[in-house]
Design a protein around this ligand. Sequence first.
Ligand SMILES: Nc1nc2c(c(=O)[nH]1)N[C@H]1C(S)=C(S)[C@@H](COP(=O)(O)OP(=O)(O)OC[C@H]3O[C@@H](n4cnc5c(N)ncnc54)[C@H](O)[C@@H]3O)O[C@H]1N2
Ligand code: MOO
Ligand SMILES: [Mg+2]
Length: 706
Amino acid sequence: MDKLKAAILIVSDTASQDPASDKTANALAPILAAEGKWEPPAIKIVPDNVFQIQQAVCEWSDSANWYNLILLSGGTGFAIKDNTPEAVSPLIHRHAPGLVHGMIAASLKVTPFAMMSRPVAGVRDKSLIITLPGSPKGAIENLEAVVKLLPHACLQSAGANSRNMHAAGVKSLEAEAGVSADSSSGTQLQKKQSICSHHHGPGHVAPKAHTSSNRQQSNDPSAGPNRRYRSSPYPMLSVEEALMQISEHTPEPIIVDAPVNTAIVGSVVAEDVYAAESVPAYKASIVDGYAVIAPDSSNNAPSTKGVFPVASITHANVGGSLKPLQPGTIARITTGAPLPPNANAVVMVEDTDLVSSTPDGTEEATVEILTGDIEPGENVREPGSDVRLGEKILTRGDIISPTGGEIGLLASTGIRTVKVFRKPRVGVLSTGDELVEHDDPCTLTGGQIRDSNRPSLLSCLSSWGFPTVDLGIARDTPASELEHALRDSLRGVGRASSSVDVIVTTGGVSMGELDLLKPTIERTLGGTIHFGRVSMKPGKPTTFATIPFKEAGDGNTQQERKSKLIFSLPGNPASALVTLNLFVLPSLHKLCGLGESSRALSTKPWLAPQLGLPRVAVVLTHHFPLDPKRTEYHRAVVTGSRSDGRLYATSTGVEGVGQRSSRVGSLASANALVVLRPGRGVGIKGEIVEALMMGSVYGSDTRLIC
Ligand SMILES: Nc1nc2c(c(=O)[nH]1)N[C@H]1C(S)=C(S)[C@@H](COP(=O)(O)OP(=O)(O)OC[C@H]3O[C@@H](n4cnc5c(N)ncnc54)[C@H](O)[C@@H]3O)O[C@H]1N2
Ligand code: MOO
Ligand SMILES: [Mg+2]
């Protein structure tokens, strides 16, 4: 049999500072080695930090080179900083209370303090995870209590056929462990289990109002539909309250050094930028013509009017040094070319006549200048007259616009890299067993539907200029598929080759038993849901959460993010797009530094960009029905009137199913969301209301409201 792979994670603030102080890893490794069934273990040390513990465990369990056994030592006691069980519990797919019981029973024979340990054991994917006490003595006792069973448990967890394993001599293992065949199974021990699991289903904890300290409030999917909540535990926030939560929990933007090229278009500049070179760098001609010495008080030169020999030629890309212009001669020059030394003005070719050519007839020999009014400096750009060396060319908060002016300034002044706020990378994940790829040539059967959310959200995000990652579809069953998809995208493995800053999911956020997003975020990923319901139509179950995640700064930046954002949008296609526009965009704007821009321009508020969609006032061209309770974001076409300069809103469909949240067509051709506050009856034709602009406004006449 190939040897099994084991890993040991030492959880200790002290050992993470001073690895030499750890004695436990070296005490545990020989116990495994003595069994002859294990490869030498991988060893890692992390501080008592939930996220770092989870990251290390997931790296060992979720990668292609997964480990059969992951032992953790430390952080299992009652001290405030002891949080290893809390970090490991949510990662476990199948708990193994038998192992926990076995370890505690063995330790109790040695000391009653064994009751003060809080071990956790179970299987994540194919890896068996066991937590051990931090002291070498305690860790050894606990590991020795179960070590004989571990190869068997690990092989079964990895999918080996248990009958074959028994045939291959597992009974001998049991004998070695001193357990009889009929009492060795987990079921026997599970029946006697005395340690409470860490799961609190709805049966144990009544739904409470949302607070950040009361995090585990979503349905426990393993509890079954008969125990799910029958009213949402999430308070209903107004849109304004939801936007405040987003603003509060969206981290500050991160600064990176970026090369000056088209990739920075749309970025916000994170530093004041000063010209590295002057423009022009030399005395340059503004026109095609002849460089001359125009008279002034210092040179006593004769009038420029008259016939002159053409002494030299300078072109715009001239290299090397130029011969000084001798008095009484002129030099042919092209636009942008450097003036020869002594020359102080340029006469346009239109103000001259050819007098004679060279003997071979190919070149000008003498030229007559027809004007005597040339002033020194005429048609000349002095060095640094466009941009002075060291002059401030861009201010922190400026946007690199697609019109090209800012890139042009940077390029012309020799700036090769510039500090900008990094644009957030956004991953888009669809969820649901019913989903079929939109371009799958199959014929739909049963309750299948095409995944329209992913392509529509990805295109919308790209149109805003954000880098996107297509995270594919996560099935509802098994539930671990969703967890894996989310973890992989946070860590930058699988479909996300580098980690994303923001995850946008669609589907699975409402009240169904397969609506798994909220429980997965809270219970499995240790995230915090800041809101899970909003009083709006469409989009009521929109969910916003942060997931703690430690990400060291890359080579470009010293900063690090401490959390990532998850926007879990409703599955209905119109709801998903509307909420992407309404909630995700302002957060992305803050992440890419537009908030800084507003701050920088606070003295010129008319220039300061707003976060999120621009807001305008529109006139309704017909009656719009109102929702009695929720603010509606009614999809509409807004046109500008040439005659009165006002904006007019026409619904993309009020009749029948026009605005139904499943009807993504309500957004086709729409360029605005008309904000209809709740009320009775209708918004009256001619009434002025607020609208959020998603696209450009085209002109029209006013015929619609006459
Ligand atoms: N008992 C209640 N039921 C529902 C409530 C409620 O408050 N109580 N809210 C309703 C509202 S409002 C909405 S919106 C939806 C939100 O549903 P979920 O976010 O849980 O989404 P699913 O159940 O997964 O799917 C809903 C619907 O959308 C279709 N869908 C999902 N993903 C996609 C996709 N990628 N492309 C196209 N269509 C998609 C899915 O097939 C369903 O038809 O819940 C109401 N229920
Ligand atoms: O709030 Mo839902 O998005 O109407 O269908
Ligand atoms: Mg649902």
